[in-house]
Design a protein around this ligand. Structure first.
Ligand code: MG
Ligand code: MG
Ligand code: MG
Length: 304
């Protein structure tokens, strides 16, 4: 059986692109199943609930399995045992940090979500998208593009989202997007640790490891009111994991900008990357919504 899964610390795109692509593979006569590599966030749970989709099974280890990687290509973000899996293909919209010892299918497009690519593949193969899959894929596009506000959004994302919305019966995409972000914004009950490890990826630039987390909220005041507690937790995680820095992007999708919380051995490269001074472990970055497009490249440029 083919195992289809997105990255660890799954987001809606990781989960829904896997669900959508596993379904397409089955329609094409393959024995395929979607998996997840961790607990679902509140947004993804709401999406699966609304469209009546079963939660994918948790995959503990990929060793010895035939796999498709969705919404990621770095082994560090992938399943345990990935080094010993048989990778059939990759569908992704991130920077390519991948090499493999045999030819595989690799589909990479600089679109707003991996789910946009999956929807396009249905079109290419001439397979009809069922209503529940259309709802999932649409939700993933809305999530990854921050309701089309992120600079990662392309015309293709808008076009495909409109088609999916029609199939899924979503009359108002913006209203549904805001409902999804509201579910994700509820941080009231979350511990500082859960906030810092909300949606994180670890990068290595010039031998220095940086954990970059993102919290996307409708109103940043609730998170920022807990700043001291969050910074203390970031410090703790930095020491535990021997990191150069821990960053938390508190992205306010209404204000369309990010407060970057910073804990680092040396803030100079981070200040240089964004051309701004970090005061009390924080800096406001107007217009910044995307980790992959607006945070990672400037840091990599300065530090690599
Ligand atoms: Mg993702
Ligand atoms: Mg994605
Ligand atoms: Mg995201």
């Amino acid at each position: 059986m083919i195992h289809v899964f997105g990255h660890k610390v799954p987001d809606t795109d990781a989960v829904c692109s896997a669900i959508g692509y596993a379904h397409l593979l089955r329609e094409l006569g393959k024995d395929a199943k979607a998996f997840r590599l961790g607990e679902l966030n509140a947004e993804t749970k709401l999406v699966l609930e609304r469209f009546g989709v079963e939660t994918p099974e948790l995959l503990e280890n990929a060793a010895g399995k035939d796999v498709w990687l969705m919404d990621h290509n770095e082994f560090g973000q992938s399943a345990d045992g990935i080094e010993d899996a048989n990778i059939i293909g990759v569908i992704d919209h991130h920077k390519i940090k991948f090499s493999y010892d045999k030819p595989i299918t690799y589909i990479a497009l600089p679109w707003g979500s991996s789910s946009t690519i999956v929807a396009k593949l249905y079109e290419i193969y001439g397979v009809e998208i069922p209503k529940h899959i259309a709802g999932c894929l649409l939700s993933a596009i809305l999530s990854d593009t921050v309701i089309f506000k992120s600079p990662t959004t392309t015309e293709t994302d808008r076009e495909i989202a409109a088609k999916l919305a029609a199939i899924a019966g979503v009359d108002d995409m913006t209203a549904w997007g805001i409902e999804m972000f509201k579910a994700k914004s509820k941080i009231g009950e979350k511990s500082a640790r859960d906030i810092v490890l909300n949606d994180y990826k670890v990068y290595e630039f010039g031998g220095r490891k940086i954990l970059i987390n993102q919290v996307e909220v409708i109103d940043d005041s609730e998170v920022l009111a807990r700043k001291d507690e969050i910074i203390a937790e970031m410090q703790k995680i930095k020491e535990e994991q021997g990191l150069f820095a821990v960053l938390t992007m508190v992205t306010d999708i209404m204000k369309e900008g990010t407060t970057l919380l910073v804990v680092a051995d040396d803030v100079a490269p981070i200040e240089k990357a964004f051309g701004k001074e970090i005061k009390d472990n924080a800096v406001w970055l107007p217009g910044v919504m995307s980790r992959k497009k607006q945070i990672v490249p400037p840091l990599e440029q300065v530090m690599a």
